[in-house]
Ligand binder design. Structure first.
Ligand SMILES: Cc1cc2nc3c(=O)[nH]c(=O)nc-3n(C[C@H](O)[C@H](O)[C@H](O)COP(=O)(O)OP(=O)(O)OC[C@H]3O[C@@H](n4cnc5c(N)ncnc54)[C@H](O)[C@@H]3O)c2cc1C
Length: 396
């Protein structure tokens, strides 16, 4: 039976980076994946350009039942360290918005970089590998694969979450955690579009494709200022993806569709200057025409001139457009979610080594654990930082 210092399960962002670093530190590493190619999610990410980190990474941008857990790894391997590595590989990048860094050319460059780093660490890679069982004894971990068995003194679970099952996502990591007595917190789709109840969805069908700047607020008070996109299934766009991670079924979100305009003052000024101008045309100066027409058909915008708009109507219009309360029907689920919230409970793990405190040699890194970042490169940074922390421990 072939023996390794460490076996890493999952050749995604976290697994590849951890395997490469441990290999470069002198460990004999085996990297396993059930897919045909490594880094499949990286290739899909950031619209094919991979939003690989964020300039403003900070622990507050991560959701977890144990909010302090991510601090150590994020502080020890930072966005600047990863930017440095990307630079060493000659990958050109740019900031798109809000500190989000993307490759100028293609996400393939990040995968190629990780493959090159794995080669530098002499990592043995086995793709299309199903792990049938994992057993632990004094020697470490014995894995039954389809075909043969392998042994590793240490085992790293980097099998990710449940989002995008088409890209190889599986509950494997949760099952291993449970097998070794670790708690797995309930999982749900995060960074995911909202679906709407049928009557509202039907009323808004004509808006599919319309995008507006917005400020969106969850019931717990968390606020995001980003674009909102109407779709044929409901609501999407960065604002909605962000708030979806903080939303629980049955809750409402409040949406300001005019965050950059003091609507009451704008209407008063316009009324002074052009009293006979229609309310609809006035609002179309601030909002997409299709949205104004739809809202008028729904009865939210009275068919009047500015002069005819009475103060009660104006107040309720301003209230509606700046505090639109929506109760989503649900989310699009794991099929389109970018991440999985919940997962392996970090209370049982060391934040320095990512090792299970009661199961020596068993480590969890990346999305499989209960650490989920905002949209914008935060999730990849968690993959890099947790992988780095784990690799240091493997090499010790
Ligand atoms: C469409 C999309 C776009 C995204 N864009 C961004 C972005 O631009 N920026 C950002 O920060 N985050 C983005 N994310 C989130 C980011 O991709 C993940 O958070 C990140 O990939 C997690 O890394 P990971 O290594 O933990 O898991 P993954 O990258 O998911 O890797 C897990 C690996 O484990 C393998 N695996 C699973 N089960 C088994 C098993 N039983 N046996 C063997 N192997 C197994 C999988 O095939 C996979 O290769 C995006 C996600 C999606 C779905």
């Amino acid at each position: 039976m072939e023996r390794f210092d460490a076996i890493v399960i999952g050749a995604g962002a976290a697994g590849m980076f951890c395997a490469a670093l441990a290999g470069q530190a002198g460990c004999r590493v085996l990297l396993l994946d059930n897919g045909k190619k490594p880094g499949r999610k990286i290739l899909m990410s950031g619209g094919g350009r991979c939003n690989f980190t964020n300039l403003y990474v900070e622990p507050a941008a991560y959701l977890s039942q144990n909010p302090h857990f991510c601090k150590s790894a994020l502080a020890r391997y930072t966005q600047w360290d990863f930017i440095d590595l990307v630079g060493k590989h000659g990958i050109a990048w740019h900031e798109k918005t809000l500190g989000q860094l993307f490759c100028d050319d293609s996400a393939q460059q990040i995968v190629d970089m990780l493959v090159a780093e794995c080669e530098k660490g002499n990592v043995t890679q086995r793709l299309r590998s199903e792990v049938l069982s994992v057993a632990r004894d004094d020697q470490g971990y014995t894995l039954q694969l389809n075909g043969d068995s392998v042994q590793g003194a240490k085992l790293v679970i980097a099998s990710g979450g449940l989002s995008m099952p088409g890209l190889g996502a599986s509950p494997f990591g949760y099952k291993i955690a449970e097998q070794f007595g670790l708690k797995v917190l309930p999982t749900r789709a995060g960074l995911v579009p909202f679906t709407l109840h049928k009557p509202l969805l039907e009323q808004m069908q004509t808006l599919s494709g319309v995008s507006v700047p917005s400020v969106i607020t969850a019931e717990d008070g968390i606020v995001f200022r980003e674009n909102l996109l109407f779709t044929h299934r409901g609501l999407s766009g960065p604002a909605v993806l962000q708030i979806s991670s903080y939303w629980q079924p049955g809750e409402f979100v409040s949406i300001n569709l005019l965050p950059e305009c003091d609507l009451a003052s704008f209407l008063n000024e316009q009324r002074e200057a052009h009293p006979n101008q229609s309310l609809k045309n006035t609002l179309a100066m601030q909002l997409p025409k299709r949205l104004v027409e739809c809202l008028q058909q729904l009865g939210q915008i009275p068919d009047v001139s500015l002069r005819q708009l009475n103060s009660r109507e104006q107040e309720s219009l301003v209230e509606w457009l700046t505090h639109w309360r929506v109760q989503p029907n649900g989310t699009e689920g794991y099929r389109t979610a970018e991440v999985t919230l919940g997962g392996v409970d970090t209370h049982a793990l060391s934040s320095r080594t990512m090792e299970a405190r009661n199961v020596p040699g068993l480590h969890f890194i990346g999305e499989v654990m209960d650490v989920t970042g905002w949209l914008g490169g935060y999730n990849f940074q968690w993959a890099w930082s947790s992988a780095w922390a784990c690799a240091q421990a493997l090499a010790e």
